[in-house]
Structure formats: structure tokens, C-alpha cells
Design a protein around this ligand. Structure first.
Ligand SMILES: Cc1cc2nc3c(=O)[nH]c(=O)nc-3n(C[C@H](O)[C@H](O)[C@H](O)COP(=O)(O)O)c2cc1C
Length: 214
């Protein structure tokens, strides 16, 4: 499957192919975090900002990816003001890249709870102890913040902090890229419109597919 180019006839709906790629990367990418993706947001001045997050879920039927973070972080604040983002995944050993763009909404609270509850306790405590993206005087200050929450929840399970949860990136633009010899790569680009139906969901338009020069 490695280095296999995209089908000559591009599928109308790229989501099943994306699902295959994600599963293939998990099975074969031989890197510690095959689900890692660069997430780009923009600040209030329109300046881009990027960092890695983990893609924890891909909903193949509706076409969104889910990542989890602190809603008060820099990315959280940027998404509050401008709820659009782009992601890139790259698996060097597989010669593949995936680029997504889309509109971002928070995940339903029950979904964030469900994921938080299966995290290791140490990570649950970290979500309480770290005011992600805020200034920190020292590493010792962070340790004492984590100590404090460890004591606070010593005799109970750790609930999800209200400032921590998931985001769904509803895909409107999707590119699959396969490395080719002599930089003659294979690229295909799909776009669709989406219309909000409620706080968490969109009705999805029909995909348009096109091949691009590399
Ligand atoms: C492999 C890897 C995975 C990461 N996964 C996450 C993640 O899922 N969620 C998260 O909030 N930060 C994650 N981080 C940390 C972020 O890259 C980033 O430092 C943090 O979210 C703060 O970003 P911000 O200040 O732009 O909001 C990860 C970092 C790496 C290197």
C-alpha cells in the first residue's frame, strides 16, 4: 500500500479513504504518535498560530475530527473568536500527508466527559493543575498546582474540569497527498459546503473532487 497513488477516478466522498489512511497510519507508521496533527488557528489580528494536538476521533459518517484541549488556552481563545482551523498530518515512512480545513465547534459535554473519564488519573490531574498557555513563574509552581489538585481529589474520582474538553473540526476542505518520484507527487483536493443544524452538528453538502499539480 505504501507509495500507492490515489485512484485515477477520485471517489466522490473522500471520507472512507481518509478513514483507511488513518487506520493504516496507526498500524504501520512506526512513529510514537501517528494521530498527531499540526493544528493551525488564527489570532484576532489574522496572524496564524500552529501547534501539535492528537486526533482522538474521526467521524467518517459526518466528516469531523475531534481533539481535546484546554478551552482557555491560546488555541481555545483563538477558536472562540474565529472558529476555523486547518490541520496537517504527515507520516514520513508512509510518504503521505493529509491536510484538513474546517469549522470548529465544541464537542457535546457528555462526549468530553466520556473521553476524560478514560484518561490516566495523572493526565486528569494535569488538566486541573495546568492553566494551559498562561504564564508560569517556575516549574516548581506547576508542581505545587498539581500537588494541590492531587490533594483535592485524593478521596474521589477526578471530574472533568469545565475548562477542558473536545473540539470537533468539521471538514470542508481535504487534501490527500502521496509522495512520488522526482517530486512528481499525487495530490487530490475535495471541498464541500456545510450548514449548521445545531450547536454541535452540520448538514453536509456534496463533495467536489479535483486533482492538483504537486
Ligand atoms: C505529540 C504531541 C501531542 C500533543 N497533544 C496535545 C493535545 O492533544 N491537546 C493539547 O491541548 N495539547 C497537546 N500538545 C501540546 C500542544 O502542542 C501545545 O503545546 C499546547 O496545546 C498549548 O498550545 P496553545 O498555547 O497554542 O493553546 C501536544 C504536543 C505534542 C508534541
Amino acid at each position: 500500500m505504501i507509495n500507492e497513488f490515489l485512484p485515477d477516478d477520485l471517489p466522490n466522498d473522500p471520507l472512507p479513504l481518509l478513514a483507511q489512511w488513518l487506520q493504516y497510519a496507526r498500524d504501520h507508521a512506526q512513529q510514537p504518535n501517528p494521530d498527531a496533527m499540526t493544528l493551525a488557528t488564527v489570532d484576532a489580528s489574522g496572524h496564524p498560530n500552529a501547534r501539535i494536538v492528537l486526533c482522538k476521533q474521526f467521524n467518517v459518517n459526518n466528516g469531523y475530527v475531534t481533539f481535546f484541549t484546554n478551552y482557555h488556552s491560546t488555541k481555545g481563545n483563538e477558536l472562540l473568536k474565529h472558529p476555523y482551523a486547518a490541520t496537517v498530518m504527515h507520516w514520513d515512512s508512509l510518504h503521505r500527508q493529509v491536510r484538513l480545513q474546517g469549522q470548529v465547534v465544541k464537542s457535546p459535554a457528555a462526549e468530553s466527559d466520556a473521553y476524560f473519564n478514560i484518561r490516566a488519573v495523572i493526565s486528569q490531574l494535569g488538566a486541573w493543575g495546568s492553566q494551559q498557555s498562561q504564564p508560569l513563574q517556575s516549574r516548581a509552581q506547576l508542581a505545587s498546582q498539581v500537588d494541590a489538585v492531587t490533594k483535592r481529589f485524593a478521596n474521589s474520582s477526578v471530574p472533568r474540569p469545565p475548562h477542558w474538553g473536545g473540539y470537533r473540526l468539521w471538514i470542508t476542505h481535504l487534501e490527500l497527498w502521496v509522495e512520488g518520484p522526482g517530486r512528481v507527487h499525487d495530490r487530490a483536493w475535495w471541498t464541500r459546503a456545510i450548514i449548521p443544524t445545531d450547536e454541535f452538528n452540520f448538514a453536509n453538502g456534496v463533495w467536489q473532487a479535483i486533482r492538483l499539480n504537486p
